[in-house]
Design a protein. Sequence first.
Lengths: 140, 158
Amino acid sequence: MTSDSIKNNRNKNKNMTKWFSDISFLRESQIMKIHYITGVGALFVVAIHIMMRLIMPFNMSLEFENVILNYKNIFYALLLESILVLIAIHGFNGLRVILLELRQTQIWERGVNILVIVAMIGIIAYGTRTIIIANGFSLG
Amino acid sequence: MTSATSAKRIDDNNKNDRTNREGLRGWLNPLTYGWERVSYWFQRLTGIFLLVYFIGHVYETSSLVSGPDAWAAMLELTQTVGGHLFLILVIGASTLHTVNGIRLIFTQSGQGLGKPGRPDYPYDPTSVNNKQRSGLWIAFILAAVAMLYGANVLFSGE
C-alpha cells in the first residue's frame, strides 16, 4: 500500500467518523483497572444484597411490604444504588471489550463506545428512578 | 500498471480478504480449545448472560413503583419451575464469572504464571500450569455448590 493510499484511507476514516465525538479520554489500562475494581466492589455489595434475601424465608422476603421496607432504609437504598452503578460500569465495559475483540475499525470502536456509554447511563437512570420512588422521595 | 491502479488493487484485496476475520465463528470454534480457551469462552458467555439478567432485573424491580399488584404479577414469572431453573443458572453463572474473574485479575497482574521458559516441543505454555487449571476447577466446583444451595432455597422456599 502506498503512502498516498494510506493517507487517503485515513482521511476517509476521519470523514466517516466526524459525527462521533472523540471519547478516548482514558487509556485501556486505566479502563481495565476500573473494570477490576468495579468487579470486586460488586462482589461485596451483591453478597450483602443476596444475604438480605436470606435473613427470612426467601418467599416472605420478596413480599411487597418487605421489599418496600428495604427500599425505605436509606443505607439499603444506597447499597442498591452502588450495585446499580458498579454492575452497569462493569457489565457494559465487559460488553465493550467483547465487541471490540470482534472488529477493530475506528468507526466500530467509536460506535461501540458511544452505545455502551448511552446504555450505561440509561440503565443507571432507570434503576435510580425506581430506587428514588420506592424510597419515598417524590420526583415532582 | 500505474502506482495508483496498483494501490487500488491492493486496497480492494484488503477489503475483500476476510480470511483473518473469523468473528463469532472463530470465537465459538471448539476445535482448538485448551484450558485458557475454556475459561475465556465461559467468562464471556456468563458475562453476557449476567448483563442480560441485570437489565431484566432492573426492569423487573421497577414494577415496585406501580404498586403491589404489578409487583405480584411480575413476581409470578419467577415463581415457576422454569423461573427457578433460570435463577439457578444465574447463580451458577455469577459464581463462575466471579471466581474465574478473580483468577484472571491475579493472572493479569502476573501472579501464578510461573517462570517463562524456552519454547521446546510440544510447546506447552508454562502459563497454563496446575495453579491456573486448579483455579478454573475451583470456579466450576463453587458454581455447582452455589447452584445446589440456590436450588435448595428456591424449591423449598426457605
